[in-house]
Ligand binder design. Structure first.
Ligand SMILES: *Cc1c(COP(=O)(O)O)cnc(C)c1O
Length: 395
């Protein structure tokens, strides 16, 4: 059976060229980058090169790049490390109500275990944080603001530059989770003006298990991972040399081809959205129409369950997601969609389609055709839908 992957926001395959660049560091050049001998120096040299490359691709300095085990660790470090560091100054952290679980759970933990107060900023109906809400939420106890650059479920892009300026006017540190954005849209820490930024290789055709926390020079979060002297003593643990090499190669390729990929992927997404809106009744397109990632389309199909659509699509060889991959398995409706004001029953019928550079227009057509069939079949079995059907034409 033909298989179609539309879940690039969950993860992407490793690019073949990236893999080739990584392979030598698993075998011949396997040295520990902290060892003094030649084997180690080979690894250390590759890590230095990768660090320089990644820094220049996001507008940072090499010594502001800290390698981690991925986006989750980078987010945990930013929140817990900064909160603990600033504890003497204040115990208030501001984030948004649509963050990834890595941010949400880190905030919950500092609240529970260290008595922090957390403000979860609301979003408007399109999934955007209002700068005036941030301004109003700041108190003299606020020590950190963390707001994601692009949302993983509905793809909305927040006005980070403006939000960071508001925090900085009050001398408050600003972190952004840019895991979904880096590699898909232009991202520069100097343009954004953030103090800390998380991103992860496997979201841009690099390997899983490696990410970066960018930490602006002079900012010093408490260490999360203590151990050896790696990452300028800030993050212990033997360096993942193949992972770091792969991350740099993948980011370089993503940034070099960014415009071309952006246009191509957005065209596929726009075609998909247009067909769904025109051909499937009672489909709600979630999230801001303009300020969103090119790869993301999130729809609520009224009167049916997202999980049922997902399973039927999977049987047809089509992979997508309901809510985020991290919360599937739970039947909780998406906190992101609820935050945009979508009623609970509609949030339950939501599906995320995330496109990638290997998808084709033929695939888009095939998916819409299948989706139409599936939605129609499921609705025919839905008591909710039968109730309204008598009164509605063209269904
Ligand atoms: C995927 C993702 C993460 C987690 O990154 P991992 O590298 O998978 O740990 C964090 N934040 C967002 C917005 C994500 O999409």
């Amino acid at each position: 059976m033909k298989r179609i992957y539309l879940d690039h926001s969950a993860t992407t395959p490793v690019d073949e060229e990236v893999l080739q660049k990584m392979l030598p560091y698993f075998t011949g050049k396997f040295g520990n980058a902290n060892s003094m001998h030649g084997f180690g120096q080979e690894g250390a040299y590759a890590v230095d090169e990768s660090r320089r490359k990644i820094a220049s691709l996001i507008g940072a300095k090499p010594n502001e790049i800290y390698f981690t085990s991925g986006g989750t660790e980078a987010d945990n470090w930013a929140i817990k490390g900064m909160a603990l560091k600033m504890r003497e100054k204040g115990n208030h952290v501001i984030t948004s109500s649509i963050e990834h679980a890595a941010i949400m759970s880190s905030c919950a933990q500092i609240a529970k275990e260290y008595g922090f107060e957390i403000t979860y900023l609301p979003v408007d109906g399109n999934g955007l944080v209002r700068p005036e809400d941030l301004r109003a939420a700041i108190t003299d106890k606020t020590v950190l603001v963390s707001i994601m650059l692009a949302n993983n479920e509905i793809g909305t892009i927040q006005p980070i530059k403006e939000l960071a300026e508001i925090a900085h006017e009050k001398g408050i540190y600003f972190h952004t989770d840019a895991v979904q954005a880096v590699g898909s849209i232009p991202v520069s820490v100097t343009d954004l003006g953030v103090d800390l930024m998380s991103f992860s290789a496997h979201k841009f055709y690099g390997p899983k298990g490696v990410g970066v926390l960018y930490i602006h020079g002079g900012v010093k979060p408490t260490k999360l991972m203590t151990g050896g002297h790696q990452e300028r003593t800030m993050r212990g643990g033997t360096t993942n040399v193949p992972g770091v090499v792969g991350m740099a190669a993948a980011l370089e390729k993503a940034v070099n081809n960014l415009d071309e990929n952006y246009v191509y992927i957005k065209k596929l997404r726009d075609k998909f959205v247009e067909r769904v809106i025109n051909e499937i009744p009672y489909a709600i397109y979630n999230g801001d129409k303009e300020k969103r990632l090119p790869q993301n389309a999130n729809f609520a199909f009224e009167f049916i369950e997202g999980e049922s659509i997902l399973m039927s699509l999977d049987l047809a060889g089509i992979a997508c997601s309901s809510g985020s991959a991290c919360s599937s398995g739970s039947l909780e409706p998406s906190h992101v969609l609820l935050a945009t004001g979508l009623p609970i029953e509609k949030a339950h019928g939501s599906i995320r389609f995330s496109f990638g550079r290997d998808n084709t227009e033929e695939e888009v057509d095939y998916v819409v055709d299948k989706l139409k069939e599936i939605v129609c079949k499921l609705r025919a079995m839905s008591p909710l839908f039968c109730e309204i059907k008598g009164e509605t034409k063209n269904v």
